[in-house]
Design a protein around this ligand. Structure first.
Ligand SMILES: NC(=O)c1ccc[n+]([C@@H]2O[C@H](COP(=O)([O-])OP(=O)(O)OC[C@H]3O[C@@H](n4cnc5c(N)ncnc54)[C@H](O)[C@@H]3O)[C@@H](O)[C@H]2O)c1
Ligand SMILES: N[C@@H](CCO)C(=O)O
Length: 457
């Protein structure tokens, strides 16, 4: 609870935490709007494919871009200004940079930036959950070996859920389920960037005004981002993925512990210790009463071997007004909203000042595989998450690897070799895999994991 004090100390010592942001879209803009108000933190540079876009993002978030920017990284470091550049590698290589933030959403770019950050001695805040799920278990090793932090992005749901899980386990509770809420209906799985705004609940004009990328937001709606976020939580905490994909049960906050508990006890989970996403819409489209569209939750269990201690804890749940199920055994705590990039300073400060991530991948426990949104033909190009061709379904890593599932993070710019039916999972054998750093890293991670499975068998 002392990050602010540590930042003030840095400010007073004239040694701010130096951070480089890559990607100045919606998420990056949200961080931009806050970072100039954070004491002891200096945004040394912003790298984007378009420096003009970065400049507009600054203007849009209240910066005096003329006074605050430079085109020289050394100048930025010395003067406290912010360099606008299209060269992310140069930004990462700036001597004295402490933390790199990747908010591009492009999995291949995220892998590249992470490897460069580790090589250049920078901590990494990986907003790019797409890259994290594609290759996090590989990337984290590079940071561990270099004695650096690799972290999830506070403010986005995975880090907030990891915090809740850490809190629960540190309090001695067993975590039964954890996840988030979102707006979901089964028909959204085939949504495209053409249908996104109507389903999402915005006009195209409102979305454009907010700087929202239709393909990115469509991935929030079609289940892909939910799957990625739950896989990231699973990889960080060891919670398991539902074997047949997320269920998205419609649940209000008062009912979370009644529904997010094992089937054997009347809930929807195939077992205890799972990730799951709840929907803010009933299946007939009506709003769920007390929905958790923007929030995160953790369900705990009051139980122990003897059962005696559990009785005491159940009584406490009741005495202190905790949201419990009808048996009194399961309880849920939730946070109703998340502030996305507005909260990112917590990760940056935690990495630089405490040497601690705000949640991080530890292992390959879950994966997200590409599923056809429509019947696909040989020669067709895949267009990645949130696009017209595929959505992402969560899978247990051992199942995805055994079935040669094509990770959603690679289902972009790849050409199909054969027909794939609507609703079918794509495999590596369906595509002409082009060589790239992302493919090499992913294959290395899969090989590592397969070797471990084999030696465990
Ligand atoms: N938008 C949200 O509400 C939101 C919420 C939570 C998490 N996120 C995450 O934030 C990330 C970014 O999402 P967004 O909505 O801001 O996307 P966006 O499309 O609005 O912005 C991405 C930005 O990154 C830049 N970019 C892309 N590739 C790049 C590269 N190789 N080098 C430099 N810059 C590059 C683009 O030009 C663009 O400005 C994603 O990982 C997403 O999952 C977004
Ligand atoms: N994490 C994103 C994606 C959708 O859940 C959000 O903040 O809404």
């Amino acid at each position: 609870m002392n990050l602010y004090a540590k930042l003030m100390q840095r400010q007073n010592d004239g040694k701010p935490v130096r951070v480089g942001l890559i990607g100045s879209g919606k998420f990056g803009s949200m961080f931009l709007s806050q970072v100039r108000h954070i004491p002891g933190m200096h945004l040394v540079g912003i790298a984007d494919l378009s420096a003009e876009r970065a400049r507009k993002a600054m203007l849009n978030t209240g910066w005096d871009a003329d006074a605050a920017t430079t085109t020289d990284l050394g100048d930025a470091m010395n003067t406290g200004k912010t360099c606008l550049t299209e060269d992310s590698a140069a930004l990462i290589a700036t001597p004295g940079l402490d933390v790199v933030v990747d908010a591009t959403g492009n999995p291949a770019a995220g892998i590249r930036h992470a490897l460069l950050a580790a090589e250049n001695g920078c901590h990494m805040v990986m907003v790019n959950v797409e890259a994290d799920v594609l290759a996090g278990a590989y990337l984290v090793q590079e940071f561990d070996e270099a004695g650096l932090v690799y972290s999830m992005a506070y403010g986005d749901q995975p880090a907030l859920v990891c915090e809740q899980i850490d809190w629960a386990r540190t309090c001695g509770f067993k975590v039964v389920a954890a996840g988030k809420g979102t707006k979901y209906l089964p028909k959204f799985a085939t949504s495209t960037p053409d249908t996104v705004w109507d389903y999402y609940g915005l006009t195209p004009e409102e979305a454009a005004e907010g700087g929202m990328n239709p393909q990115m937001f469509n991935s929030f709606l079609d289940g892909t981002k939910s799957a990625l976020e739950m896989a990231a939580i699973s990889n960080a905490t060891g919670l398991l993925a539902p074997r047949d994909g997320l269920l998205f049960p419609p649940v209000g906050t008062h009912d979370l512990p009644e529904v997010l508990k094992p089937r054997a006890h009347g809930g929807v989970l195939e077992e205890s210790g799972m990730v799951e996403v709840v929907s803010s819409l009933e299946r007939d489209g009506r709003q769920v009463v007390g929905d958790l569209r923007w929030g995160v939750y953790v369900t705990l269990e009051a139980s122990d071997e003897s059962g005696l201690g559990a009785d005491y804890v159940r009584r406490c749940f009741k005495e202190y007004g905790v949201t419990i199920d009808s048996s009194g055994r399961y309880a849920t705590l939730y946070r109703p909203s998340h502030l996305i990039g507005l909260e990112l300073g917590v990760s940056v400060a935690s990495a630089a000042l405490r040497n601690e991530p705000t949640g991080r991948t530890n292992d390959l426990t879950s994966d997200v595989v590409a599923v056809a949104k429509k019947a696909l033909k040989p020669g067709e190009m895949l267009d990645g998450e949130g696009g017209f061709t595929v959505w992402g379904r969560i899978a247990r890593a051992e199942d995805s690897l055994e079935n040669h599932g094509l990770p959603i993070g690679l289902a972009h710019g790849m050409k199909l070799k054969r027909d794939v039916a609507e609703g079918a999972m794509l495999t590596w054998d369906d595509i002409e895999a082009t060589d790239s750093q992302a493919v090499t890293v992913r294959r290395a991670m899969e090989d590592m994991f397969r070797a471990r499975l084999k030696s465990a068998a």
